[in-house]
Design a protein around this ligand. Sequence first.
Ligand code: CTP
Length: 405
Amino acid sequence: MVRVLRDRRIVLGVTGSIAVYKALDFVRQLTQAGAQVDVVMTEEAQAFVTALTFQTLTRRPVHTTAFEAWDAEQAGHVTLGANADIMIIAPATAQSIARLAHGFADDAVSLTALACPAPLIVAPAMDHYMYWHPAMQANLEILKSRGVILVGPDHGPLASGMVGDGRMASIDEILAVTRKALGRTGPLAGRRVVVTAGPTREFIDPIRFLTNASSGRMGYALAEAARDAGADVLLITGPTALPDPKALDVVHVTTAQEMYGAVKHAVQAADVLIMAAAVSDYRPRHVAREKIKKETPIQVLELERTVDILREINQPGLLKIGFAAETEQLISYAQEKLHAKNLDMIVANDAREAMGSEFSSVVLITAEGIIDRIERQSKVALAEAIIDHVAAMLRTRVATDERTP
Ligand code: CTP
């Protein structure tokens, strides 16, 4: 379960596009994460999918008309909008965007949107030429100028059969934008956080390399948790099999040296660096220009040390968080790294349990000693707990700075 979605009141406006089928999966994901979702549909949307389908998924009444009977408990769309933490319109047709831009309230969705003071996310879905029509672009500009968050549309195959712009953004993207919008006033609001993730590759020849079993999951979860806590996030990642997290910046690197370059540049504008990457400590001293043939007599691979990124980065004011992946003497090795790399906090875990897994348990250590032990959890839940500590450390730092003349 993603914490930023739990118990949040989300209003989903659904309008008449074939992309409605994606909205079903969106609702499922939101409700599974513990959100309360109220669906509002236009008449056109009901031509594609019935209210019953959304009702079954949300276990809540679905609103389909602008003129619902007044109910003293639930004053229809007016209270729905007024009590929402966020409203999302996905898919949003050309017609519904025009209605929104000009303040019409002649269907259930536009009426609810008018009566909703919470942030509004709009995911357009339409044909290529409709999307690029000056009238549509002008309407989108109006929405943007009012602070509406537009997500997509994407380029790809459209309902008309042509390939172009106008395809509704992916559910992953709309979900990430929703999480970011819900977390905008969180404990890391206004902070810039750089997170590294995944392994690095150190090449032996053009196709072979040294690497490790890091999946990147911990770093990706940390980047998303920081984003959900309101931070502006840059994820610097080595090669992983995971899709890029959305609604945050991602830079791909391959070698330790490339990661160092990217981190050095990124931290200049950052408040926090979290090094969750499993950086290779060694690289081949010589990289063969061509593929090494097996006829070549058996060779000894000569290695040299890579740069220790965390140790090298020492920017005043930057909160530095490291990881210690150990197979023995967890706490003492982690404490040595905390001091040697001049860290504010180190997250110690058992490399055999954590590497490549969706779960891990961690011990958080600062100069004061062990500050938290978190038992085996999903990396998503661990990341949220680690981010809470980071936020607390930043708060303490601000309080200390304010006291110091
Ligand atoms: N790290 C780094 N640059 C390296 C190696 C590690 O910045 N070249 C960072 C990791 O991202 C992690 C921390 O340093 O946050 C500790 O990494 P770890 O692999 O546990 O320790 P090492 O310093 O590599 O020491 P050892 O391999 O001897 O345990």
